[in-house]
Write a protein that binds this ligand. Structure first.
Ligand SMILES: [Zn+2]
Ligand SMILES: [Zn+2]
Ligand SMILES: [Zn+2]
Length: 120
């Protein structure tokens, strides 16, 4: 674990909402001035493969959120950018989708966009 990577992980764990790689790079560089953008991209890629960060579905810019392996969705505030996890899964079960459409689902991605309690 290099100090650069440590700085990235610490910055991500303190991050309250979604971030782009460049956002992350700029903030993490305050902790580790020798951090490079290429390292930041590489680290985000590794974290994405391990499921610790996830790209937000339905965002125009490539934004990521800190994430966990268990099934959940994100409530994304359009005003302040805060991201909260929700265990609610509004979709029908795979068995129900199979019955209705003859389609066997493997996974889905869904974020719920709106206004958080603090911004409402
Ligand atoms: Zn998540
Ligand atoms: Zn908000
Ligand atoms: Zn779901």
């Amino acid at each position: 674990m290099t100090p650069q990577r440590r700085a990235l992980l610490d910055t991500i764990s303190d991050w309250p909402g979604s971030f782009t790689v460049v956002d992350l790079f700029e903030r993490a560089r305050r902790r580790s001035p020798r951090l490079g953008l290429a390292t930041t991209y590489r680290t985000v890629d590794l974290l994405r493969q391990s499921g610790s960060v996830r790209p937000l579905a339905g965002e125009e810019r490539a934004a990521y959120v800190r994430c966990g392996p268990e099934h959940h969705h994100h409530l994304v505030c359009l005003v302040c950018g805060a991201v909260e996890d929700t265990d609610e899964c509004p979709l029908p079960s795979p068995a129900e989708i199979k019955r209705r459409y003859g389609f066997s689902p493997e996974s889905h991605e869904l974020e719920i966009y709106g206004t958080c309690g603090r911004c409402a």
